[in-house]
Design a protein around this ligand. Structure first.
Ligand SMILES: [Zn+2]
Length: 406
């Protein structure tokens, strides 16, 4: 038996008057998902437990079958895992953004740019190595990542920071958050030392000359420790792979004990290599029994507030991911159980994630009995489960694998 989870990130939405009261998913042409749904079952899954922010990290952790309540501690350790950094049990990883900060004469600090002008990776690596040479010590280590996204590992206990994500404060006064770094001598020495190194660095001098935002500061956030996740192969005696363009997802996959498949041309946007991803999924299932395929484009389109792009992303997910994978399995006369779902809603009107329970269609190739008869949509997730509370991600995975929930 082959098991698949196919995820359209942020596919869920709210009804829109421009679409005659339908959601984008309802308005999109999605014959492959609708057919599987009609012949299968519709579940409703609470991917974001109450009290958690509706991030892709928490929601996909659920879809992978884990309880965020038990194992989630922050996004940075997942990104660190994707970068091949192995955290010791007494270490904490922070996301370390290269940012553009402005301090004025009154002592106010402003977040000009959370990405230092989307600084190029080669320039960023030089800056981060300078920080590693000058500011690192037995407590702090810097690891270069991609563009403005880097990791700081802190060994042992550290004074509380309660840091905030810099992209939530674009062009805003961040003085009171900056002050938290300055309140403690260890953090103060680190962030002010880093500013010294960065301000005077020739790369930043050159960026300023060219009118680009310099990476003149570091901003630490998203901290966490190594997540306590029993790997899927150990938990379910199942070997599997994860396919995604996104580092956070790859980190989750590594922590879940899955093989990470890097598909050339996978971009996380509507120009991604859909055919390559579908082909890779089918290839994984020749010698493994489980694959998790993640497509980022509907979420990005939601963040941009673009109805056209979201509609296209959902139709492409249906036609170029779901349809060819199912056709490939049928051609091989493979028995399979598949879930098609989303991690969370990214409503166009909000341009950010929500914690709504998500619909998940479950289809079993062996079942000949009539299915639920419903098309795949947010509303039908509720229609199919009128009396029932949404299930957790762990329960969803157990249902897919026909195991008892752990
Ligand atoms: Zn997401």
């Amino acid at each position: 038996m082959k098991y698949l989870i196919l995820v359209g990130d942020g596919m869920g939405d709210r009804p829109m008057s421009e679409l005659g009261g339908r959601t984008v998913l309802e308005a999109a042409r999605t014959p492959a998902m609708d057919q599987l749904c009609r012949q299968g079952h519709l579940l409703q899954v609470q991917t974001v437990p109450s009290g958690f922010p509706p991030g892709s990290d928490v929601a996909n952790l659920s879809l992978l079958g884990y309880r965020p309540e038990d194992c989630y501690s922050g996004r940075a350790p997942l990104e660190a895992a994707a970068m091949g950094i192995e955290l010791a049990p007494d270490e904490t990883a922070f996301r370390c953004n290269l940012v553009t900060l402005e301090h004025d004469v009154q002592g106010h600090t402003r977040m000009i740019d959370y990405s230092a002008g989307h600084i190029a990776t080669d320039q960023a690596h030089i800056l981060i190595s300078a920080l590693q040479q000058i500011c690192a010590n037995s407590t702090f280590r810097f690891y270069p990542g991609i563009n403005y996204r880097h990791i700081l590992v802190v060994k042992g206990a550290y004074p509380d920071l309660a840091p905030v994500p810099p992209h939530d404060f674009i062009n805003q006064d961040v003085s009171r958050h900056w002050q938290r770094y300055l309140n403690d001598p260890t953090w103060q020495k680190l962030v002010l030392g880093a500013e010294q190194v960065l301000l005077n660095h020739p790369i930043n001098q050159e960026r300023i000359r060219r009118g680009q935002n310099p990476g003149n500061g570091i901003w630490l956030w998203g901290e966490g420790r190594l997540p306590r996740m029993t790997p899927i192969p150990e938990q379910y005696n199942l070997q599997g792979s994860l396919i995604s363009a996104v580092d956070l997802l790859k980190g989750l996959g590594i922590c879940a004990g899955l093989k990470i498949i890097n598909v050339p041309g996978a971009t996380g946007w509507i120009d991604t290599n859909y055919e390559g991803k579908a082909e890779a999924a089918l290839h994984c299932l020749t010698d493994q029994d489980y694959v998790f395929v993640h497509v980022e484009a509907p979420d990005e389109a939601g963040h941009q507030g673009s109805r056209t792009a979201k509609l296209q992303a959902i139709e492409d997910f249906d036609r170029r991911i779901v349809a060819p994978i199912i056709a490939g399995l049928r051609e091989r006369r493979e028995e399979f159980r598949v879930i098609v779902t989303m991690d969370h809603f990214t409503p166009l009107e909000l341009r950010t994630h929500t914690s709504d329970p998500v619909p998940a269609l479950l289809y079993d190739s062996r079942e000949m009995v009539p299915g639920c008869g419903l098309s795949f949509s947010e509303k039908n997730g509720k229609v199919a489960n009128p009396e029932q509370q949404p299930i957790s991600g762990a329960e969803m995975l157990a249902t897919l694998l026909e195991r008892r929930s752990q």
